[in-house]
Design a protein around this ligand. Sequence first.
Ligand code: HEM
Ligand code: FES
Length: 345
Amino acid sequence: MSASYQAVLWNRQKRIYDLMLGGFVICFLSLFSITTLIVKPEVTAETLIIRSTSTLALFLLHVILCIGPLARLRPIFLPLLYNRRHLGVCMFFVAAVHGIFSIIQFHALGNVNPILSVFLSNTHYESLVKFPFEIFGIVGLTIFFLMAATSHDFWLHNLTPRIWKMFHMGVYIAYASIVLHVLLGALQDEISPALVATLALGCIVVITLHLLAGKRERAKDLTSIQTDQKFVKVGSVHDIQDNRAKVIVLNGERIAIFKYDKRLSAISNVCKHQNGPLGEGKIVDGCVTCPWHGYQYLPHNGSSPPPFREKVSTYDIKVVDEEVWINPSPYPEGTERPAARINLS
Ligand code: HEM
Ligand code: FES
């Protein structure tokens, strides 16, 4: 959270995650290399490095793109979301090894600067079949670099979550560039048809998951109640589990109603960190805990416990005959509002 950007402290969970990720990278590269050497013993070490790292980066990129929609569709995938930035940075380093080795292998032997050589050695910019496909690799890698370099919470706070999120949506432009890189490379027989077929399957999975998650979010918004009344009845106290929330949409705003200690409080559903869905989290140690990266807020005032400084809006709430009523007008972020007591008969 915000006090001195402490949210990204390396905790035990992150260390275990990074160790597992490092183990996976080593296993993937070893298995890929052994299999390739069995099938094609004449392959050079450089080619092995270029192909194993590119395949791994492509695989990790697909996993990264699937985690968001999967976590929205099934909470069981939420732990993957927690450390997704580490996966992104790892993918960038693996892709960078591929890019650097490709430039050394194919562009470093002449008397032209190797980077310039990528742009100048093949100038068939007018031809789809002969297009210098490496350029799309460079575009993708540059975006991955910018994202990895700004992945720290320091940038999230300085750019604001909205701009940071918009900027990190650049991953889709990078993905499109990498798809073009591979497809145009295949047209020049540089890349195998089997990899193209696997990529097509990966694209279908990524697009399908995004459409399903988008449909689910839209369905939630369509249940939005439009009202100009002071209080609106939003259901029974029995609809909400202890230490959990129910999310309702009033006048287009998502509100999370939390039940804890025989009380109810209503706060904005949107986490200040990266807009995570607070209502899908739970109460831990008396605080609403975001399911994405664990930011916490006190339910009665929407403020993070000291020393943190994040704040979300709060709402007036009351219980009449075990029915829950909400005032749709939000209070300024961090405003204390009395919790509604639940007196069950
Ligand atoms: C500086 C940036 C990059 C350059 C110069 C570059 C260059 C190349 C070259 C020359 C090949 C053909 C290799 C061969 O014939 O064996 C290739 C293949 C490939 N590249 Fe890149 N690339 C770059 C970035 C990327 C990135 C960021 C990704 C993915 C995240 C990527 C994914 C791939 C894949 C999947 C292949 C096919 C590998 C295979 O043949 O099995 N590339 N790239
Ligand atoms: S903690 Fe990251 S979005 Fe809530």
